[in-house]
Design a protein around this ligand. Structure first.
Ligand SMILES: [Zn+2]
Ligand SMILES: [Zn+2]
Length: 136
C-alpha cells in the first residue's frame, strides 16, 4: 500500500504484541485495518498496555481529504476525542483508519488517562472507535 499523504510505500511494523500496522517512512502516518483496530483493543483490555511517550507532535499535512490506501475512496475526516481531540481519517467503505504522525500516541495517552479515572463507562475509546467505523 502507498501512503495516502505523500505516496511513499508503507512499511509493515509490529505494534505491541501481534498487531501489524503499516507505517509511512516519510511522514510517519499509520494505517490501521479494521481488524487491526480490534486486536489493538484486545491488547488494551489485556492490561499489558503501556502508553508510549509522545515523541512528535502530529505532522502538518497538506489540507484537504486523502484517499483510502486500500480502495481509493475519499476518506472522511472525523474529530475524535476522549479528553484530547484528534482528527482521524476513516474509510467510508470500512477498510480502516489513517492516523497522522503522533496521533496514535495521543489516542493511547487519552485512553490511559481515561482508564485511570474511576468512571470509564463502556463507551470507552476503542469501543467508540469501533462504533464510529460501524456507523459509516
Ligand atoms: Zn507518508
Ligand atoms: Zn477503503
Amino acid at each position: 500500500m502507498r501512503c495516502p499523504v505523500d505516496g511513499s510505500q508503507l512499511t509493515p511494523h509490529h505494534y505491541e504484541a501481534q498487531i501489524e500496522v503499516d507505517v509511512c517512512p516519510v511522514c510517519k502516518g499509520i494505517w490501521l485495518d479494521k481488524g487491526e483496530l480490534e486486536k489493538l483493543q484486545e491488547v488494551v483490555e489485556l492490561d499489558h498496555f503501556e502508553a508510549q511517550p509522545v515523541l512528535d507532535a502530529p505532522g502538518k499535512r497538506p489540507p484537504g481529504p486523502i484517499d483510502c490506501p486500500k480502495c481509493e475512496t475519499t476518506m472522511t475526516e472525523r474529530p475524535y476525542g476522549y479528553g484530547i481531540l484528534v482528527e482521524v481519517d476513516l474509510c467510508p467503505e470500512g477498510c480502516g483508519m489513517w492516523l497522522d504522525r503522533g496521533e496514535l500516541q495521543i489516542l493511547e495517552r487519552a485512553f490511559e488517562s481515561a482508564r485511570r479515572q474511576v468512571e470509564v463507562d463502556e463507551r470507552g475509546l476503542w469501543s467508540s472507535l469501533k462504533a464510529l467505523l460501524r456507523d459509516l
